[in-house]
Design a binder for this molecule. Structure first.
Ligand SMILES: C[S@@+](CC[C@H](N)C(=O)[O-])C[C@H]1O[C@@H](n2cnc3c(N)ncnc32)[C@H](O)[C@@H]1O
Length: 111
C-alpha cells in the first residue's frame, strides 16, 4: 500500500532513510518509524528517496557510515544491510560503530 494511503500516517514520528539525505542519523527515539527503500528501480537513481521524504514531509537521514568507516562517502546499501544495522544499533544501546562494522558486507571493510 502506498504510504500516502496509510490512514493516520504518523509523519512526525517517522524517518525516511536515504543515502542522499543531508543530515546523518544519530541518536533516535526507539519508537521511531523508519522507512527503508520502497522505490523499485533498475539502476540506483540518486535522490529518489530524498525527494519522496520531502514529498511526505518526513525527516530524511543517512546512516552514519562516513563517521565510522574510512574511505567512504556516499554508499548505497541494500535493504537487508540497512535493516540489520538498525536492529544491531537498537539492540546495542545505539552503538553505531559496532552495528556498522558487523552488518557491513565484507567488500566494504577497510582492511
Ligand atoms: C538499494 S537502496 C534502494 C534504491 C532505490 N533507488 C531507492 O531509492 O529506494 C535500499 C534502501 O536502503 C536505504 N539506504 C541504503 N543506503 C543507505 C544509506 N547510506 N543511508 C541511509 N539509508 C540507506 C534507503 O532507504 C534505500 O532506499
Amino acid at each position: 500500500m502506498p504510504i500516502e494511503e496509510i490512514k493516520d500516517f504518523d509523519a512526525e514520528n517517522t524517518i525516511y532513510l536515504s543515502p542522499d539525505a543531508e543530515e546523518t542519523l544519530s541518536d533516535f527515539d526507539p519508537n521511531t518509524n523508519f522507512i527503508i527503500g520502497g522505490i523499485v528501480d533498475r539502476s540506483v537513481n540518486k535522490n529518489l528517496t530524498y525527494e519522496k521524504a520531502e514529498m511526505l514531509g518526513v525527516r530524511c537521514r543517512k546512516l552514519p557510515l562516513f563517521e565510522h568507516l574510512t574511505n567512504t562517502t556516499r554508499l548505497v546499501l541494500n535493504i537487508n544491510t540497512v535493516f540489520e544495522m538498525l536492529l544491531r544499533s537498537l539492540n546495542n544501546g545505539q552503538d553505531w560503530s559496532d552495528a556498522i562494522t558487523k552488518a557491513m558486507p565484507g567488500r566494504h571493510h577497510d582492511k
